[in-house]
Design a protein around this ligand. Structure first.
Ligand SMILES: *Cc1c(COP(=O)(O)O)cnc(C)c1O
Length: 495
């Protein structure tokens, strides 16, 4: 059955998947959501036999209904190839009673690669299907990982350009180095004096600028987004939950149909929303455990029903989750309001105006599948150290937040269901925080000494993504104020 995409903020005409991917955001400022969630049409016991690409096809064909089978298979083949350092693409590793779903085996060693390896192909295919002649300009705000993954996905892709904004003092040294050494004539990386929310708000403003859109169109450009507000990112993220289920089945860890829990370290709410969609498709998932760092706006929301961004923004050791406005939560709000755009718009305008909104009791009752909690900085570091001491396995700071919250959940509820933890980054991406957690004595070492030491103590070979930036020259050194972002874009495009 064909799926159309509605805006979360109005009943304006629904669009096809390819149009939703091209546009990124709806013109009324809403996000695109599927008009219904399709049911998985492979029997659960068959999942165990499918490799990553087959699983991707079975899931994505149900959402991207205006793509031909051939187009979709072609996109999948180009995305999930030897850019990944393992055949399995997203291996499941059992450690200390939990299943770590390693989503960091792609080109930039963070889970953003899972979707951003395929988005450029979905986007260029969508452009062709819709007879778009303009060059597509990808505009992205990043809290550190999206930026590099998007740059890597779009670099030198014909018919596209990409501009990435990141908080100048809000990303790890390795994250920054990864971005500012990016090659590709069509790329631009800009640090802003502000935090991630400033970058995201600035990008949304540029998207909403009609006059700019007209000027761009006259010069042969149009914007699209690589942020997780784009449905073309969300859909590929559903795949790995389905795949993980198949892997557990294959390994005999669960029986077909048995329910599992999923724990996701959460920032912008994209990754966990994908797990929610997987559950809606019929994948046997029980609880969706939402793990936050000290920016625990989501934990408070799940507890009280009030979303309140009026609080101090904390810089933590898990910077990709340092977010106070979780964009994708809007999709969940829309769904739990009964796909009610008016209700959602009302709440979102309250958020814009006063920084807070409260959902109704009926909506709150729809959140029963979710459990929220958070880990502070000390708990995060202790989780890394204790897992390492027990098992020799080293996890990154984001994954540690999830691991810690999962332990809290387990203690609180006594629920011993098999649980998949989304392992969202390689520890090599956050070496300094990770090594300091394991042994305070490592603090004196240089960044790349730490990398070598991490490889030594974990027995894991240093990923190619890290080896590459050891000596790479800096190619981008642009910095701007948060109210100068538009000029930075028009400058790059020479408008
Ligand atoms: C982006 C990111 C997250 C948060 O994912 P959301 O989809 O924004 O909730 C968590 N961990 C890492 C390493 C990330 O890069």
């Amino acid at each position: 059955m064909e799926i159309r995409y509605n805006s979360t903020r109005s009943k304006s005409a629904p669009v096809k998947a390819s149009e939703a991917i091209l546009r990124g955001l709806s013109e009324d400022g809403g996000l695109f959501v599927p008009d219904h969630i399709p049911a998985l049409d492979v029997p659960v016991d068959k999942l165990a036999e499918m490799d990553y690409r087959q699983t991707a096809y079975e899931v994505m064909k149900l959402f991207l209904t205006d793509f031909t089978g051939e187009e979709l298979k072609d996109c999948i083949a180009k995305a999930y190839d030897d850019k990944f350092d393992t055949e399995e693409i997203a291996p499941v590793v059992e450690k200390d009673g939990a299943y770590y779903l390693e989503l960091f085996h792609g080109a930039t060693i963070a889970f953003k690669d899972m979707a951003l390896s395929i988005l450029p192909h979905l986007l260029t295919t969508s452009a062709k299907k819709n007879h778009v002649k303009n060059e597509i300009v990808i505009l992205t705000a990043t809290s550190g990982d999206t930026g590099k993954a998007a740059l890597s996905g779009f670099a030198d892709v014909e018919g596209t350009r990409i501009v990435v904004f990141y908080p100048k003092n809000g990303v790890s040294p390795i994250q920054e180095k990864q971005m500012i050494t990016q090659k590709g004539k069509n790329t631009r990386v800009i640090g802003i004096h502000g935090n991630f929310d400033d970058a995201q708000t600035g990008v949304k403003k540029i998207f909403g600028d009609r006059k700019l859109a007209e000027e761009m169109d006259a010069k042969g450009f149009q914007f699209s987004s690589a942020n997780s507000i784009n449905i073309g990112r969300l859909v590929p993220q559903i795949v790995y939950y389905v795949y993980a289920y198949g892997q557990l089945l294959k390994a005999g860890k669960i029986k077909a149909g048995e329910k599992i829990n999923v724990t996701v370290p959460t920032g912008n709410f994209g990754n966990i929303l994908a797990a929610y969609y997987a559950k809606q498709m019929g994948l046997p998932i029980d609880k969706l455990i939402c793990a936050s760092n000290e920016n625990k706006v989501l934990y408070d929301f799940f507890r009280t029903g009030t979303y309140d961004r009026n609080r101090e923004f904390v810089l933590t050791s898990s910077p990709s989750m340092d977010i106070l406005i979780s964009s994708n939560l809007e999709r969940l709000i829309y769904h739990i309001a009964g796909n009610d755009a008016d209700k959602n718009r009302e709440l979102m305008s309250a958020l814009t105006q006063g920084g807070t909104y409260t959902i109704t009791e009926a909506m709150k009752a729809e959140l029963a599948d979710f459990y929220g909690n958070y880990a502070d900085e000390k708990e995060t570091a202790e989780t890394i150290r204790s897992l390492y001491e027990k098992t020799g396995y080293v996890i990154d700071t984001h994954t540690a937040v999830a691991s810690c919250v999962y332990e809290k959940y387990r203690k609180e509820t006594g629920d011993e269901r098999p649980t998949v933890l989304a392992s969202t980054a390689s520890p090599f991406k956050f070496t300094r925080s990770v090594m300091k957690a394991i042994d305070g004595g490592y603090e004196q070492m240089e960044d790349f000494e730490l990398v070598d030491k991490l490889s030594e103590i974990s027995g894991v070979k240093t990923p190619k993504a890290i080896e590459e930036i050891r000596t790479a020259p800096v190619l981008h050194n642009y910095v701007c104020e948060k109210d100068e972002m538009k000029q930075a874009v028009t400058g790059f495009l020479r408008l």
